[in-house]
Design a protein around this ligand. Structure first.
Ligand code: ATP
Length: 236
């Protein structure tokens, strides 16, 4: 297992947002955690990245216990988070934002190649490379946030609600890119989403998170056929 999470509990003061959640992601997998508003998806990702410390449980990454490791060390091990609502550096240009993704990496020719590759994935970023990020539309900022996470060639890409606020056409494009990254680059990806249709559509496996608990899990195709999932998340 690349990532293994056991009995994770996370609280905000007295309020427990995540109750004994266990799941895993294997090398090369694309896995979704599906949940409604407030289910605890962002909290799980923040605990994975070390931005919120769990009350109980264990997180292991590449066989190492990282439960209490600080975020920058997790980043150095190859974890990257694309946060909710595309947090980019508004007063830096598109290219400067991408370069920030290489923080801690050796700045060499590989970085320039990597940035060119991101411009191929998201051509709109190339058109806007010298513009300040604040001038981009929400959808463009979302693409920039993904690009910035990809600069360092992460071993595990964590993506928080990437579909939120995007036009349907752009949702399709972004999910296509994620699927492609997984299929051709072998990148391991964990998506956290409300959009069950789009995310299960590209995933190998999925977990359904309901008010801080994983209630259902299985192959993405099984979940999409499951009556409970269809009613609650697919609107069928
Ligand atoms: P959303 O899609 O709305 O972001 P989510 O599934 O990501 O939802 P979380 O943001 O993880 O859910 O929130 C889970 C629960 O924890 C919610 O009830 C939320 O109100 C609560 N919560 C989140 N952050 C905090 C905080 N900083 N302090 C107190 N409660 C919080």
């Amino acid at each position: 297992m690349l990532l293994d999470v056991k009995d994770l509990r996370v609280s905000y003061g007295d309020f427990e947002a995540v109750h004994q959640v266990s799941f895993s992601v294997d090398q090369g997998e694309l896995v979704s955690i599906i949940g409604a508003n407030g289910a605890g998806k962002t909290t799980v990702l923040r605990a994975l990245m070390g931005l919120t410390m769990p009350k109980e449980g264990h997180i292991s990454f590449m066989g190492r216990d990282i439960t209490f490791m600080p975020p920058h060390e997790r980043a150095r091990l190859g974890m990257r988070l694309v946060p909710e609502r595309a947090r980019v550096f508004p007063q830096l240009t598109v290219e400067e934002n991408l370069r920030m993704g290489a923080y801690g990496m050796k700045k060499d020719r590989a970085l320039a190649e990597r940035i060119d590759w991101i411009y191929e994935l998201f051509p709109v970023l190339k058109d806007r490379m010298t513009q300040l990020a604040v001038t981009l539309s929400g959808g463009e900022q979302q693409q920039l946030a993904i690009g910035r996470a990809l600069v360092s060639d992460p071993k595990l890409l964590l993506v928080d609600e990437v579909s939120m606020g995007l036009m349907p056409k752009l949702v399709d494009r972004v999910f296509e890119v994620l699927k492609e990254l997984n299929a051709s680059e072998g990148m391991t990806i964990l998506l956290v989403e409300q959009n069950a249709l789009a995310s299960l559509g590209i995933s190998h496996r999925g977990y359904i998170l309901q008010t801080g608990r994983i209630e259902i899990s299985g192959a993405a195709s099984e979940l999409m056929a499951d009556q409970r999932v269809r009613e609650a998340y697919l609107g069928v």
